[in-house]
Write a protein that binds this ligand. Structure first.
Ligand SMILES: [Zn+2]
Ligand SMILES: [Zn+2]
Length: 249
């Protein structure tokens, strides 16, 4: 799993926060698609598109690249899947519909294959779980979880009620965190106050403001992700690689 960007909405040099998960050295699932995400994706995988993207929420630093994804896919034979909470479908359809990007007798969703998801969904046979997080209006932002492998918070305040109760299979936890918290995002003090040591030990902060913030994370002994940094996702219990694609005859 590689971070294409780790920044908050204003952190241009760190890139919009987004990850790409690979299986068998090929892109498997993109999480969020901000304004610069596809440029960074294509630096890593030239002339390629993500086969699927999971959207955590509809702020533009997380969906701003979907218009570009539409155009790149429209003029190729690719039809990327867009997984999104069923509660956000109307927001996303309004946003992309109102840009009038599909012309003639076509729909945006002829090209972007939207798949509404509830508490869990299957991506190429692998089950992923979706938990609501705390970011603005209730039920407007969601995390992504593969038990035993990883948890990706999306933008959120601390969510001990989710992490302490559901994310306890020793998986690595990627968590929104800036230096100072605010009503929408987690800060360093919040982490220490809200989470048990066995959560902090496996937590990696992302969605921060400047490269210098890394010094503060390091001082507090909180791990943090950097742009283009790759993390191996092994099952915490068996040390097996994350995904083994079925061999096709
Ligand atoms: Zn954000
Ligand atoms: Zn946000």
């Amino acid at each position: 799993m590689t971070f294409l960007g780790v920044g908050n909405a204003r952190a241009t040099s760190l890139g919009n926060s987004s990850i790409i998960i690979e299986a068998d050295a090929k892109p498997w699932l993109l999480v969020d698609c901000g304004f610069d995400t596809l440029d960074k994706f294509q630096l890593r995988y030239p002339n390629s598109l993500p086969p699927a993207v999971f959207i955590t929420h509809c702020h533009f630093d997380h969906i701003g690249g979907l218009e570009q994804l539409y155009f790149l896919a429209r003029f190729s034979d690719k039809r990327p899947v867009v997984y999104i909470s069923h509660l956000l479908v109307s927001t996303l359809v309004s946003v992309l519909g109102n840009t009038l990007i599909a012309e003639g007798r076509e729909n945006v969703w002829d090209v972007l294959n939207i798949v509404p998801v509830h508490n869990s969904f299957f991506h190429q046979g692998t089950k992923l779980y979706v938990h609501p997080v705390r970011h603005h209006v209730p039920n407007s932002a969601f995390s992504l979880h593969m038990p035993g492998y990883f948890f990706y918070s999306g933008d959120t305040r601390p969510i001990p009620e989710i992490i302490h109760h559901n994310v306890n299979n020793n998986e690595i936890i990627f968590h929104d965190c800036g230096i100072k918290g605010n009503p929408s995002h987690t800060g360093l003090d919040d982490l220490r106050r809200e989470y048990a040591p066995n959560v902090l030990n496996r937590l990696v902060a992302y969605h921060y403001a400047t490269a210098e913030d890394g010094l503060h994370f390091a001082k507090q002994q909180i791990a943090y992700a950097q742009p283009n940094q790759t993390f191996e996702l092994n099952n915490a219990a068996t040390n097996q690689a994350l995904i083994t694609l079925p061999q096709r005859a």
